[in-house]
Design a protein around this ligand. Sequence first.
Ligand code: SF4
Length: 414
Amino acid sequence: MSRIGYRYKSQTDCRDRCLNSLPLADGLKSALLSLLPFISHAIQNDRQHRRFLSVRNRSHHRSLPAICWLPHSIPLGESAGYDQHRERQNYNCCESQMINQTKTIATEQVVSPISSSKLNKKSLCDYVLNVASGCLHGCTFCYVPSTPVIRMRGKALQEKGVSDPQLDWGDYLFVRDEVPEQLEARLARNPKWKETASGKGVVMLCSGTDPYQNGQTAKVTRACVQVLLNHGKRVRILTRSPLWTKDLDILVHPNVTVGMSLPHLDDNISRQVEPGAPLPSDRLKALEMGKFAGCRLYVAMAPTAPVHGVEDFQRYFDAVLPLNPEVIFWEPINARGSNGKRMIDAGIDWVSQVTTQKQWADNFYSQYNQIIQVLQERSAIHLLHPWFDPALPTIGGVDINSWFYRPTIEQWGE
Ligand code: SF4
C-alpha cells in the first residue's frame, strides 16, 4: 500500500475563498484575483513564502489540504474577512500547518469482476464493472459512499487504513488490477449474457468509481475494454476525466460509447462540488477530441445545480450539441440524503435551496421545462433522456413512469 502526499487539490479554491472573504471592494478583489497567478508564480520559487495549510471541515472531520498563495502582507487567519469566511465555511483554514495529508492508494482483489446491474432502469447498461473502490474525484454530491457497497465494507476498509470510509470519500482508492484477467476467465467460462431492452447487454465502466481518474485505473480500464471487445460485448464508459482520450485507439469502435459527466460548464461551481475532478472546460475539450477522432459520444448532464437557468442551459447546449452526442442524460442534484448535509458542511450554500422534498421536486420540474424549451429551440429534444426519480410527484402531466426502462435512441451494431 502506498500513501501519497496530496497538496494541490484546493490550491486555487483556498486562494480564491480567502480573497473573496476579505472586506474589499469587488473591483479590487477582481484586480487582485487576476494578479494572483503572477504573484503566485513569483512566490512559488521562494519556499520561505510558501504556506502549507490544512483545511479541515470540522463538521464531518474531513481534511481538505490546500496551499494558500496569498502573500504575507495579507495576514492569513487574522484578517476579519478571513475569520468571517472561516466561520461561515466551517473551515479551520490558514493555520500555517505543514501538509501531512495523505491519500490511501492501494490495490484490492474482488471475487467477481463484473456484476449484473439494475441500471437498465436508467437505460445505461445490464452489467457494471468497477475497476476500483473509492474515488479520488471526491464529488461532494456522490451517492456512492452512502450505498451498501461502501457502508457494508466499513470494517474491511478501516483495516486497509481508511479511518471513515464515508467521510473520507475522495481520499482513498483501491485499484482492482486483477480484474482484466478475471474478466477474461469469466467470459471464457460462462458466455451466458443478459440483454434487456433498455440495458442492451451493455457493460458500463463504472458505476461506483471513475474508470479514468488516474493512470492506474486507466490501465485497468483499458485492459478490461480490450477483453470485452474481444468477446463482442458492448461497452459504455462514464468518466469525469479526459484521460480516456489516450485510449482513442481502442475506444473508437462501434461497440463503445464514451460519456462524460458534464453537469454544466461552470468551472467555479465544479471546484466547489467536484473538488478532485478535472474542470468541465477540460472535459469539453476531451469530448471535442473524441468527436474529431470519430468516437461515439454521449453526455450525462448530471447533476445540474439549482443556480443554473435558461441562459446556462443555452450556453451548455450550444457547446455540446455540435459534438453530436447520441444521447443526453439529465438529472438535477438530489441533495435530500447525507450528501446534502455533506455539501452544506462543505460550504456549498445553494444546496439549501433543494434539500426538502418540495424544493427538490419544484427545481426538478422547473429545470426540466427550461431544458425542454432550450432543446426544442435547437431541434434537439429527441436527444434528451431525463433520469426521473420514482419519488417525484407527477406535475404538469409528465408521464414519469414512461421514462423508466425506456431504451435510449443510441444505435448499437449486432
Ligand atoms: S466521479 Fe463519480 S464515483 Fe467519483 S466521486 Fe464523483 S460522482 Fe462519485
